[in-house]
Design a protein around this ligand. Structure first.
Ligand code: SF4
Length: 65
């Protein structure tokens, strides 16, 4: 599983970072970004899905590769 964030949709609520700081970071402008290339280790897949479900802007997606 690999995550992407659509920076045009992200409004910087940082809910994703609050839910899964292992997977997300926040840039200097308050927008979220994925850590590394967004690859989710198996033990964090549930947290990744929780973050996707809780993003109010639907900005987090699962990369289709
Ligand atoms: S929860 Fe969604 S809108 Fe909020 S910072 Fe994370 S990606 Fe951006």
């Amino acid at each position: 599983m690999r995550l992407t964030i659509d920076s045009d949709k992200c409004q910087g609520h940082n809910r994703c970072y609050a839910l899964a700081p292992e997977l997300f970071d926040v840039d200097d402008y308050g927008s979220a970004l994925v850590i590394g290339d967004g690859t989710v280790p198996p033990e964090l897949v549930a947290k990744a899905r929780l973050a996707i479900a809780n993003c109010p802007e639907f900005a987090i997606a699962e990369a289709g590769d």
